[in-house]
Design a binder for this molecule. Sequence first.
Ligand code: FAD
Length: 430
Amino acid sequence: MSWKKTTWTGWGRVQSATGELARPERSAALTALAAEAPAIGNARSYGDAALVSEGRAIDMTRLDKILFFDEADAVIHVEAGATISDLARILAPKGFLPAVMPGTGFATVGGCIAMDVHGKNHHGAGSFGQHVTEITLASGKVLKPGDTLFKATVGGLGQTGPIASAKLKLLRAKVDVMMVTERRAENLEAFLDLLDESEATYTVGWIDATATGEALGRGILEEGETGAGLVPPAKRGRRVPFNAPGWALAAPIVRLFNKAYYGRVPAKGRTLVKPIDDFFFPLDRIHDWNRLYGKKGFYQFQCVVPLTARGTLRSMLDAIATSGLASPLAVLKRMGAGRAGHLSFPMEGYTLAVDFRNRTGTRGLISELIAEAKSAGGRIYFAKDAVARPEDIPGMYPELSDWAEAVNAADPDHRYETDLTKRLTLRSAK
Ligand SMILES: Cc1cc2nc3c(=O)[nH]c(=O)nc-3n(C[C@H](O)[C@H](O)[C@H](O)COP(=O)(O)OP(=O)(O)OC[C@H]3O[C@@H](n4cnc5c(N)ncnc54)[C@H](O)[C@@H]3O)c2cc1C
């Protein structure tokens, strides 16, 4: 298998790595590489989780076959490079869906396991890893829920070695379209109350991160249910052809955009029929949308804080709105307690995710937000982070040392370290 010198970036395009990538097409080629380097998927993690500077990584995206589909038991066995949108596209007409889908369909099964991702149904369905019934590592080792190495692999940032394939328990759902109800919340308290009261299967909230004063934290709650028998509206795909200029997401433009976006939902709310992809992967419709932030790229901050930390969310949103650095992309959601690995992100609480242009002051603002999340008893998400320091992490992830012990035993030569695990010295935790 040949290694090719390449420079690649995280999705935020602030951090990049120059190293060597191999792109095996057959599982035998992967087996031969298994002990050499960590695996990466589509590098949809925003920061440095999928980067290996001056090192090697195995690009898994060509290993995307469906190995077996047991319709009676609703279990699928897939290679780890298969993407979530491919699975949804193939399974939906048969009456199934991946039980958990993150906000991008470009995420691979391997990337979803290694981050133990959550979807818009986390409050009911739990995390991705809770629906994984078996993992086969490229070394040939087979892991089942309950095994020590399973807990270190799910949410384990690829540190137990490349995942070759996995068996996933699917959701049975006859789904041609999504029925989506949109409701406005006029401020943060109203928004959090709506989230608490919602009984919908899928929920997600867009938040106007530029609103201040009495409108602080206003937004739109989307509640979705699967629907059958309706013809999905025609699809359209777009591409961002070049890096947007620096002023494209300047503060006054974002404020105007957000005002219009909030106002497009009538005060009494509305219900719409949406294609499946438009609801689950809204940003994927615009290819390379990360170029909208220009050449300097952007950061995403995502944290989860306990349900009791409403005041922390208020203070975070205040800091964000007055910074003038927010973009239109800001999401608020309620999470349940479901998680499957030592380093899984989810905990019961509210999760806030906000994109920021890469400008003077952005890293400082994110550092403040990280400190606030930590002191409220919350944590940040490794799939998004590019700013945290090693000392920020242990209090947020109480099982960090259990994870480090398991992965250091599985990989004593540290062959699977990435830029993220090195930056945060995660594997040195005692
Ligand atoms: C628009 C957008 C929306 C998103 N929405 C959500 C969301 O709603 N919920 C959520 O939880 N996340 C969300 N994410 C984050 C995304 O789901 C994760 O970053 C996911 O890990 C990306 O998958 P990937 O295949 O690109 O993995 P990569 O980013 O390439 O890698 C992520 C990690 O997985 C490891 N890895 C990848 N493949 C393997 C493998 N085969 N074996 C072992 N380790 C492997 C890598 O080493 C790395 O540590 C979103 C990202 C984007 C861009």
